[in-house]
Design a protein around this ligand. Structure first.
Ligand code: PHE
Ligand code: NA
Length: 538
């Protein structure tokens, strides 16, 4: 059953939609925390190296794989891996390209709903005031309690959050809004929202940057102190694997690579579309929004008020403390602070929603392309799944962090490696079949390693609107895959052993949930292939 796939309406709409996909909570919340927690200027060097050696090549890989699939009527890695590998196992590896965004969006949407709550409470001026004091803990306490109240942290129970009804309702509104946009479709929903939200995000961010740059603290620090923290390079940290892992992890998260979500967006390209320039442009817009805008708001304001050591302390205390506590606490003590707080959280909400719809779309594409479901039926299944699953991060302490570690940080590096291998090493093999005949295994491997990337390069440059410098041929073919393997090995040695036992008992429930989703994915893929090709091919 071949159904007509959707397409983006215009090129500018497409760029805004992909920029909306990439620009999210990662740019404005996660980046400042990662940068502060890893030494500011020390973080930025590995960060930029990772952008060039991993970010750009992987962006191109996902765009090219997505276009390849879209041209053949498919929008997820499940089908794309199947088409390229021609091996029955490939489609099961491709499941990660649906599962990763699907699990991440379960908690991403919840955090997004907090930003809506915060902007609402700032709008009606129902936020705490906070004493101007030198002690950071006292300064942040009212907002610490405020966040605790919203998520229901202070119930005394170690196992459960007990959020108030408002929190639950705001979450439902957020989820329904997401589902409604998805339900409207790629062009009339996602693209239209991006055209409206992206300019607003930039305007709000620029207003906030101007406000932060005109702040001075009681003891005389100003924005130059904040910028100095981020932009004074510190080369000593290049030796520290922890900083490299954090930098590469941030590049993955912020560019949305290794999720399969860029792949799905690229599958809705019109025929004969460029991916080289589109990919580079959307990645660059994201980096501007991250280091220039994202780097100039929360972290800069915090350094002005709390100094570098104070900012690092705040960032180390929790991933949400800079954006949800330090910044609103600072705003609470400036004129029209409630208005700036409102802008900040509305900015986060818009950035969040254009990303969460991107995280949902791979599952939609899977249900539509591989099961031939109509869009409204697919939305119903997706909505039911997300509604039920979201109770895990909403009510179980520790579950959100566990999901974020295994799926939102770890799994995507592995999946990215499979994407690169598929594109650079497997795609070209059929064309090499003549050269490969009657060769020993070793020389076969050598021929593939040497010649397969040429076909990937050709695929990437098909219909390209720019000429990609040749150096990226080598980066894409050899450096990026090696870099990924090194990162994974480092992970296995330095980080994984400590993670085997979850920090919290609820970690086990989160893990069971991940396992359940994976099994569900395997069953669905098997079913759909049986349906399409009969029993013999699985
Ligand atoms: N890149 C988004 C951010 O910075 C997160 C995201 C990842 C969105 C993958 C969609 C897909 O917040
Ligand atoms: Na981003």
């Amino acid at each position: 059953m071949v159904h007509k796939r959707e397409q983006w309406g215009t090129r500018i709409g497409l760029i805004l939609a992909v920029a909306g996909n990439a620009i999210g909570l990662g740019n404005f919340l996660r980046f400042p925390v990662q940068a502060a927690d890893n030494g500011g200027g020390a973080f930025m060097i590995p960060y930029m190296i990772s952008f060039i050696l991993l970010g750009i090549p992987l962006i191109w890989v996902e765009w090219a794989l997505g276009r390849y699939g879209g041209e053949r009527g498919h929008g997820t890695a499940v089908a794309v891996f199947d088409l390229i590998w021609r091996h029955p196992l490939a489609k099961y590896i491709g499941i990660f390209g649906v599962l990763i965004p699907l699990v991440v969006v379960v908690y991403y949407t919840y955090i997004e709903s907090w930003t809506l709550i915060y902007s609402f409470f700032h709008l009606i001026n129902e936020v705490p005031s906070t004493p101007l004091t030198a002690d950071i803990k006292d300064y942040l306490k009212p907002f610490n309690d405020f966040l605790g109240g919203i998520i229901g942290a202070s119930s005394g129970s170690d196992i459960f959050f007990t959020p108030p009804l408002e929190t639950y309702l705001f979450f439902l509104v957020t989820l329904l809004l997401n589902l409604y946009i998805i339900y409207r479709g790629v062009s009339a929903g996602i693209e239209k929202v991006a055209k409206f939200a992206m300019p607003l995000i930039f305007i709000m961010a620029i207003i906030l940057v101007i406000r932060v740059f005109t702040l001075t603290s009681p003891d005389g620090r100003n924005f130059l102190d904040g910028l100095g923290f981020l932009w004074n390079p510190d080369f000593s940290a290049l030796k520290d694997p922890k900083v490299w892992l954090a930098a590469a992890g941030q590049i993955f998260f912020t560019l949305s690579i290794g999720f399969g979500a860029i792949l799905t967006y690229a599958s809705y390209l019109k025929p004969k579309s460029d991916v080289a320039l589109n990919g580079l442009a959307s990645a660059s817009v994201n980096e501007f929004a991250e280091v220039i805008l994202g780097g100039s708001i929360a972290i800069t304001a915090s350094v002005i008020f709390f100094g570098i050591a104070g900012t690092q302390y705040i960032a180390s205390e929790g991933a949400f403390n800079l954006g949800f506590m330090a910044l609103p606490a600072i705003f609470a003590n400036i004129p029209y602070g409630a208005f700036f707080g409102f802008l900040w959280f509305l900015l986060l909400f818009f950035a969040g929603i254009t990303s969460s719809i991107a995280l949902m779309q791979p599952a939609m594409a899977f249900l539509e392309d591989e099961f031939g479901l109509s869009r409204d039926r697919a939305v119903k299944y997706l909505g039911a799944f997300l509604f039920v699953s979201s109770h895990i991060p909403i009510f179980l302490k520790g579950a959100l962090d566990e999901l974020d570690f295994w799926v939102g940080t770890f799994a995507l590096v592995i999946f990215a490696l499979f994407e690169v291998i598929t594109f650079v090493w497997i795609l070209g093999i059929p064309q090499l079949s003549e050269k490969l005949q009657e060769k020993s295994l070793l020389s076969k491997i050598f021929i593939v390693l040497k010649h397969s990337p040429e076909y990937a390069w050709k695929e990437l440059n098909r219909y390209a609107d720019i000429k990609i410098p040749r150096i990226f041929y080598y980066i894409l073919s050899y450096i990026a895959p090696l870099f990924l393997i090194v990162i994974l090995l480092w992970w296995f040695v330095t980080t994984l052993p400590a993670k085997f036992i979850p920090e919290h008992i609820n970690g086990w429930i989160a893990r069971l949930f991940i396992l359940f989703v994976f099994i569900l994915g395997v069953v669905l893929v098997k079913k759909s292939w049986e349906r399409k090709y009969g029993r013999t091919s699985s």
